[in-house]
Design a protein around this ligand. Structure first.
Ligand SMILES: O=P(O)(O)OC[C@H]1O[C@H](O)[C@H](O)[C@@H](O)[C@@H]1O
Length: 543
């Protein structure tokens, strides 16, 4: 098969996206951006970024450097399946779980992705087919509290069931991380990932390949596709699709900084959620950045003046992009990972940020730790309670006498700047409460501005960076819920319930510290609260 036919990369643009390509690609070509990127030149983003970029560029060579993993994964899989262990659970956050989710969904192989601290969601995973479960614990840093807590819960569950955790836990982490050391001590299977690749660029490292390969996806094929894409993306050529997409993302004038990701027939299932982290964490900093808005298969309304529409199309799509600033992007999955990574690296250069750090993620983690330290009784009293919903605010006092949930919602929406966006952040069981994400649509129609929806704590490792580090024009609706039943974390003094409450409280505090308005709705009764919330949103949006 030819390189082009394995990669099948296509980028075509119209309107100001096409103008951005025409204006910026020649400069990227004459600067030899692509060949320097693939030669891992750390100087491409300026001196301030060099320290970080000098240890974050190995992703350009993963198509070949990850190949030795294939035999290791295949032999581990056959050992496990021989013993009837064929249910793969992946414990990991952000860059340690988003790629395997897309890879497995695209390959049509089942995997349980546990990227939550929500007690009901954790318990549902623990109660599901434990006898035949292998747990992949993935953490680059080896210190992410969600992942550590999930690992502790599974260790205890295996022991309680008379199963040796060492036979069922596979750890993926950087060499020398706290998790690496502890896991080797415990006799777990440990597969080290390349430490010179950041989390959100790690789709083709052990983080993407191990869980997906154990679940049965053809991960060798992904590397073949990436290998086919590599020379295309490394070429100092105006036809390079990585430069074109990078220019469309980062080079529109004025910058269209709301990037609407539309599933327009791509075979890569859920690719928008993976791209969301790559774009938000890579660009949302220093008061700049691109806000990814994942909208499913159709945008909510007409294209706004600050929106770039990105249509993720099938590789055989031959339609032309439509609109005032639209880019159609196609490619096989392994090639598309590399395309987007190269494009975001190019966009970072055009926007003038370091695409490899995430300076504001830590602030929310620190605030959560502080709240955890204070204990559970530390929550502020609600401003008022309406039925099953406790209403609190953080940031500027905007309630303006509101005394019902619809009034509070209206008061929040009235804070939206003309250039702004609304982020709905729901700390609920994202499997059981998947349909809550649909509230995005009536809110977007009502506001006629971008509206994002993220499940907490998952989004903290993705758009959370942009919320704090990007332009200060967001308003925030936070939803938390009492779990059906709390769950202890073995060896910890706090429960999963305490932890998720602290994560929500910590994030609200940091947003408030940035002067942003946050409406916090806590559902004291899950079912009644969800119904009341949906009713209130319907009332406020007239839907
Ligand atoms: O893989 P880990 O070290 O556990 O990190 C998981 C996630 O943590 C943080 O939130 C980072 O901002 C993400 O980029 C990262 O993917």
């Amino acid at each position: 098969m030819s390189e082009e036919s394995q990669a099948e990369l296509t980028v075509s643009a119209v309107g100001s996206a096409a103008d951005a390509i025409a204006t910026n690609v020649p400069g990227l070509v004459s600067d030899k951006f692509a060949s320097k990127l693939f030669a891992q030149d750390p100087t491409l983003w300026g001196p301030a970024a060099e320290d970080e970029s000098s240890k974050r560029l190995s992703w350009v060579g993963l198509a070949s450097s990850s190949r030795p993993l294939l035999d290791e994964i295949a032999s581990l899989r056959s050992k496990l399946t021989d013993k009837g262990v064929d249910h793969v659970v992946l414990c990991g956050m952000g860059g340690s779980s988003l790629a395997p989710e897309v890879i497995c969904a695209t390959a049509g192989v089942p995997i349980t992705v546990l990227d939550s601290s929500q007690p009901d969601m954790v318990r549902a995973a623990l109660d599901d087919r434990l006898e035949q479960t292998v747990v992949v614990v993935s953490s680059k840093s080896g210190s992410t509290v969600e992942t550590d807590s999930q690992r502790r819960a599974y260790e205890a569950a295996f022991k309680d069931a008379g199963i040796d955790p060492a036979e069922r836990i596979v750890v993926v982490t950087d060499p020398g991380s706290p998790l690496d050391k502890e896991s080797r001590g415990a006799g777990y299977t440990v597969i080290n990932a390349d430490p010179a690749v950041g989390g959100r660029y790690s789709a083709l490292t052990a983080f993407g390949l191990v869980p997906s390969g154990l679940a049965g996806a053809d991960v060798g094929q992904l590397l073949d596709e990436a290998a086919a894409a590599t020379p295309i993306l490394a070429a100092d050529d105006e036809g390079n699709p990585g430069l074109q997409l990078g220019a469309a993302l980062g080079g529109t004038k004025p910058l269209r900084d709301k990037v609407v990701l539309i599933d327009a027939g791509t075979k890569a299932v859920g690719f928008g959620d993976w791209a969301e982290q790559l774009i938000a964490e890579s660009t949302g900093k220093d008061g700049k950045g691109l806000l990814p808005v994942v909208v499913g298969d159709s945008p909510t309304g007409d294209q706004l003046d600050d929106e770039l529409w990105v249509r993720l199309v099938a590789t055989d799509d031959d339609s032309q992009p439509q609109g005032i600033a639209t880019v159609d992007v196609g490619g096989t999955l392994g090639a598309a990972f590399l395309l987007w990574e190269a494009a975001v690296a190019a966009a970072g250069r055009l926007i003038g940020i370091n695409p490899f750090d995430q300076p504001d993620v830590e602030s929310a983690k620190a605030a959560a730790r502080e709240l955890l330290g204070k204990g559970t009784g530390s929550a502020d009293a609600p401003a008022f309670t309406d039925g099953a919903v406790e209403v609190r605010t953080a940031g500027p006092d905007f309630l303006d006498g509101a005394s019902t949930v619809p009034e509070a919602l209206k008061a929040l929406l009235a804070q939206l700047p003309a250039s702004g966006y609304l982020a709905v952040m729901a700390y609920v069981d994202r499997i059981a409460d998947q349909s809550l994400a649909d509230v995005r649509i009536p809110l977007a129609r009502k506001l006629n501005r971008p509206v994002t929806f993220g499940f907490g704590p998952r989004f903290l490792h993705s758009t959370g960076q942009y919320h704090k580090g990007g332009p200060a024009d967001g308003i925030y609706l936070q939803i938390t819920t009492a779990p059906a039943e709390d769950l202890s974390i073995p060896g910890r003094e706090f429960t999963f319930g305490d932890f998720i409450a602290s994560q929500a409280g910590g994030d609200a505090k940091v947003l408030a510290d940035h002067g942003r308005p946050v409406l916090r709705l806590h559902l004291t009764d899950h079912d009644a609260g969800i119904a009341q919330l949906q009713q209130a949103i319907a009332e406020v949006t007239g839907s």
